[in-house]
Design a protein around this ligand. Structure first.
Ligand code: AMP
Ligand code: MN
Ligand code: MN
Ligand code: MN
Length: 274
């Protein structure tokens, strides 16, 4: 059984549309996937249209940008009620704020002598008007200013670049509670990318339901560490590739079967409780 619970589409900064992604997953024999676009479940909603053609189980998902002290922490949301008002307004606030922030980054680049026009970036935003730094990176490549996404981040877009503008992010604990109130399961994304493992325990104290133990880019030792923390604290274990459309070798990946079992168990528990 093949499982990938962390995938991006054109509804955020992925390159494939939900239809293309579902088809790719189907053709590569995935049984369970979740589309976890940044700050929206639009990718999940759109992908549902193609499930009669590409038969697999699609788990409702989103990846929320939150802030813990001064660190950006990504929280994965699964199995939430898409009609929940609080979760919808939270996502809308974070998603919509990206537009002005990206515009400011383009202005800052201009001040630094990098002549990128807003319309050059908009091309990559698509009809959903989602703009993230990867879109600015693609525009920088297109203009011949840099050669790769990596170079774009290293030189102009990283958090310590003078052009960088932080996006609006919601408080981590508030996001966890909002997901849970919407009947969903809140999971700490890629803990291995946090600056300090103590933050994992902070999220546990905040009542997080799970940890993305089997993140494809975790080193073996990281996976073992987060697995142990999850087991000791009775948390759901999940896993995925964080596929954005380039990393084709990721079709060889699968999260372990227990991820689905634990995720469904947590969801059912919350659902029965009401
Ligand atoms: P944003 O949400 O607009 O701040 O952009 C963050 C996104 O940029 C992440 O979700 C990744 O997809 C991508 N990203 C962040 N850092 C890098 C990097 N060093 N190289 C390539 N992509 C990156
Ligand atoms: Mn991304
Ligand atoms: Mn992330
Ligand atoms: Mn992601």
């Amino acid at each position: 059984m093949k499982i990938d619970l962390h995938l991006h589409t054109t509804f955020s900064d992925g390159k494939l549309s939900p239809e293309e992604l579902v088809r790719m997953a189907y053709e590569n024999h995935y049984s369970y996937i979740s589309i976890t676009d940044h700050d929206t479940f639009g990718g999940y909603l759109d992908a549902q249209k193609y499930l009669n053609k590409y038969k697999l189980e699609l788990i409702p998902g989103a990846e929320i940008s939150t802030i813990l002290d001064t660190t950006e922490v990504h929280i994965l949301a699964y199995y939430f009620d898409i009609n929940n008002d609080k979760l919808n307004s939270l996502l809308r606030q974070v998603y919509d704020s990206r537009y002005g922030r990206a515009k400011q980054m383009v202005k800052n680049l201009d001040t630094l002598g990098i002549n990128l026009e807003w319309k050059d970036v908009l091309i990559y935003a698509g009809e959903n008007k989602y703009i993230g730094r990867p879109h600015i990176a693609r525009a920088l490549i297109e203009k011949g200013i840099v050669k790769s996404i990596k170079e774009a981040f290293d030189r102009y877009l990283s958090n310590d670049s003078p052009a960088y503008v932080p996006k609006y992010r919601v408080d981590t604990e508030y996001a966890i509670k909002a997901i849970q109130e919407a009947g969903g399961v809140a999971v700490l994304a890629h803990p291995g990318r946090l600056p300090d493992d103590a933050m994992v325990y902070t999220c546990i104290d905040m009542g997080i339901d799970g940890i993305e133990v089997y993140y494809a880019s975790h080193a073996h030792g990281q996976t073992r560490l987060y697995e142990q923390i999850a087991l000791e604290n009775n948390l759901v274990r999940t896993g995925g590739t964080d596929f954005h459309g380039n990393e084709f070798y990721y079709i060889n990946y699968s999260a372990p079967d227990i991820c689905i079992k634990e995720l469904k168990k947590a969801y059912n528990k919350r659902h029965i409780k009401g």
